[in-house]
Design a protein. Sequence first.
Length: 249
Amino acid sequence: MKFLGIVLGTILGIILFLGLIAFIIYKKITKFGRDLGFGNMSEIKKLIKEGEDRYNNEHKHVSGMTKLLIPKIVNDFPNFSESELYNKAEVSLLAIFRSLEEKKVSNIDELKLIKGNLNEIINDYKQNNITVSYDDIKFHDHAIKYYKKDDGAMNITVSTSLEYYYEKKNDENILVKKDSHKKQTAYTLEFIYIYDPDKYSGENLMGIHCPNCGAPVKKLGEKVCSYCGSGLEDINLKHWYVSSYEEIY
C-alpha cells in the first residue's frame, strides 16, 4: 500500500506540475495578446483563423529563374516560345486531371512518358472505388525553374499556380470534402525533348525526323537534313513531353 501511495502521489504531482506549466503558458500568451491590443484568447484564435483563411484563399506564388534561363534556352532552341511552353503546361495538367477523373489516361502525346505512373494511381483508385473531381480550374502564374541540356536531351521545369474545387471520395466516405472556397495550389512539370536518341539512355522516344529519309535531327535549328539534304520542319514544343509532375502545396 505504501508503494502504491508513493506511485499515486508521484503521478498526481506530475499532473499538477504539467497543469501549472500549461497555466503559465496560457497567462503568457494572454498577456502577449493584450500587449498587441487583443482582449482575450478568443480574439487571438479569431486572428489565427483569419490568417489561415487568407492563406487558403490567396493565389500561390511560383518562383523561378525565367529571365536568367530564357537566353540559354533560346541559344539552344531558337524557336522557343515562352507562352507556348506555359500553354503546354496548362494543357498537360488539364489532361492529367481528366485522366484521374475518368480513370483512363488521356491519349495526348504530352503524357506518353508518365502513362505508367498515372495508371498506377488510376489502378489504386479502381481497387478502392475512389473517385476524384477537379472543377472550375483557373490558372494564374507560371515560371521557369530549371533548364538543362546534356546526354542527348533537354529538360525544362515549369512551375504553375492554379485554383480549383477538389473532392475525393469512395463508396462509403468523402475522403476530401469540396470546400466552399477553391483550393489554391501549384504544380511543377518537367518537360523533356530528346534531340539525340543515340546519346540518350532513358525512354525510347524520338524527337524530330527528316520527312524524306527518316533520319533523326540531332542539331537544333537545323534547316536541312544532314543525311539527304531535304528541308526540315521547325522544331517546336509539340515534341516536348512531360517526364514528371508534382503538386508543391
